[in-house]
Design a protein around this ligand. Structure first.
Ligand code: ATP
Ligand code: MG
Length: 523
């Protein structure tokens, strides 16, 4: 199907000329004049690209862009040669790309094609960003996806390494096969080997039965080796063998097992450094580093921050059922200036918390946590205290990073143990503490899954009890029912108490009418 392009008539000469060239190149085009026409046309025709031939600084253009930038439409703006800082302004407004007039027809046609293809790829992979570095990453993903060579992804924490690994798998011929992720830093050596290669029954004390390793499970698919630089040296030898021979032995096993697995590896710190420090075998380094992708930290592509913020606001306001207008320019500026040591993950988490907590339907400067506001200012006005900086950057920083890493490993380890031994979790009781007021009292009977308990006031209060075998949907239903009991059926108050939108609550109750999340556990 031909791609659709909508062209504004602000610059009649450019619009007519480019319209003819785009039509001749096989695009379906239409031209529109007044802003209202464009809005209606965007909604009606669902174009792939919107070409703004002028008036980029007009409020009308900004309003129009705010209409399309949360969708799948690429936007190209034609700039006047006199527009000094127009490129920056364009990125603020959310234009995908700009061209300075007079726009060469052949070049503009080629650019339109690239922008549309790229937008599609971004929608498919979830990788956002118009910065040239991200565009390069997207091009590499497209080139690397179809082959089976090993890919190494490098980048700081939270820059999107796992997102890229999944994109490579999803665009590859293996997309219907398993994608298996293993965090090589989260497990001690003995467990990691059995995790990767499996073990035979009786090969060690806890090996009560044969277990398949991740490489076997990933057969015909992709294995994602996260934090590969942290792998113990003994395991590195075994990994090298898999990469070279595509075969391995289960722990305690005598037969070589052959697999067809594509390896994608990732690392937070440059692998070359790990090799230089003697922590990574050099032969493994070269085996892993066949094709490589580098993800720059967010502070090196600040022009993408407005786009990321807008998309995350859109996503979370939908998810949390909170209608949101957006973000004030002053607040956006603070986010653009912040240092973002946790990169996109940190930005995304912050936007989610602000969408949930902001008292109005717009993020204002005062809604941004103080430490983010101050860090940004520090970057703009660097104040150095002699001696301290070196101290912090040296031993102290290493200590902080090490402690954080340790903490993360412990959390990963706990999570894994929980997943492996769910039967050890028996009953989690969440008694509700009732304040000493007259708000509670005289509750209707509570459905299965919900119970009645006694609060501080001595009155009975609904309590949610988790019983072994209950699903998440059942726990959710019991919680909603307890909240409704507590608010004596007042849906608005119950929704408020649960921190969800009233509409979400309403929808869930409708689902329950249809029988979803029913609790079968007897009380
Ligand atoms: N370019 C991007 N566009 C949209 N979302 C992104 C982008 N990069 C990262 N994210 C989001 O940020 C979060 C962190 O990404 P991801 O887990 O891929 O990072 P990572 O590099 O693997 O981090 P770590 O090293 O800590 O494991 C995810 O929610 C991801 O969806
Ligand atoms: Mg990761």
């Amino acid at each position: 199907m031909a791609h659709r392009i909508l062209i504004t008539m602000d610059d009649l000469e450019a619009a007519v000329r480019l319209n003819a060239a785009l039509e001749a190149a096989g695009f379906e085009t239409s031209t529109v004049s007044a802003l209202d026409d464009v809005k209606a046309a965007v909604l009606r025709e669902d174009p792939d690209l919107l070409l703004l031939t002028g008036g980029l600084h007009e409020p009308a253009a900004a309003r129009l862009l705010s209409l399309v930038r949360d969708g799948h439409v690429a936007t190209l703006g034609l700039l006047e040669p006199t527009d000094a800082d127009a490129a920056t302004a364009a990125s603020r407004m959310g234009l995908t790309a700009t061209v300075v007039k007079p726009a060469d027809a052949a070049e503009t046609v080629a650019l339109c094609r690239r922008l549309i293809e790229r937008k599609r790829l971004q929608e498919r992979t979830g990788i956002l960003g118009d910065h040239p570095a991200i565009q390069e990453v997207l091009i590499k993903i497209e080139q690397m996806a179809p082959v089976t060579s090993t890919v190494l992804i490098e980048g700081e924490s939270g820059t999107g390494k796992e997102l890229v690994a999944r994109a490579i798998h999803d665009l590859s011929p293996r997309r219907a096969k398993p994608f298996i992720a293993v965090n090589c830093a989260a497990l001690p050596e003995s467990l990691l080997e059995s995790e990767l290669f499996g073990h035979e029954k009786g090969s060690f004390t806890d090996a009560v039965e044969r277990r398949l390793g991740r490489f076997e499970i990933a057969d015909t698919g992709t294995i994602f080796l996260d934090e590969v630089g942290e792998m113990p040296r003994a395991t590195q030898v075994k990994l090298l063998r898999v990469l070279e021979e595509r075969e391995f032995y289960r722990v305690g096993g005598a037969a070589a097992i052959k697999v067809d697995v594509r390896v994608v590896a990732a690392t937070n710190r440059p692998l070359r450094d790990a090799m230089a420090a003697g922590e990574l075998r050099s032969d493994l380094y070269y085996r892993l580093n066949v094709l490589s992708i580098y993800l720059p930290p967010l502070r090196e592509r600040r022009s993408d921050i407005p786009l990321l913020v807008r998309r995350f606001i859109h996503e979370f306001s939908k998810q949390h059922d909170r209608p949101f207008r957006g973000i004030e320019p002053a607040a956006l500026q603070i986010l653009v200036d912040a240092p973002w040591p946790g990169n996109v993950r940190q930005l995304r988490n912050l936007v989610e918390s602000m969408v949930v907590l902001a008292p109005t339907s717009e993020i204002r400067a005062e809604d941004i946590p103080r430490e983010i506001r101050e860090q940004g200012r520090e970057r703009l006005l660097p104040v150095r205290v002699p001696g301290v900086a070196r101290e912090v950057a040296g031993q102290e920083l290493t200590y902080i990073v090490q402690s954080l890493l340790d903490l993360r490993l412990q959390v990963e380890d706990l999570r894994r143990r929980l997943e492996e031994h769910p039967q050890r979790v028996e009953v989690i009781e969440v008694p509700h503490e009732a304040p000493d007021t007259e708000v509670f009292g005289g509750f209707p009977d509570v459905e299965p899954g919900g119970r009645e308990g006694v609060g501080r006031s001595g009155r009975s209060v609904p309590t949610v009890v988790y019983e072994l075998g209950m699903s998440m949907a059942q726990v959710e239903r019991a919680t909603i029912e307890a909240a409704l009991a507590q608010t004596r059926g007042n849906r608005r108050k119950a929704a408020e108490m649960l921190g969800i939108g009233e509409r979400t609550l309403y929808r869930k109750l409708k689902e329950y009418e249809g029988g979803e999340g029913a609790v079968s556990t007897p009380t």
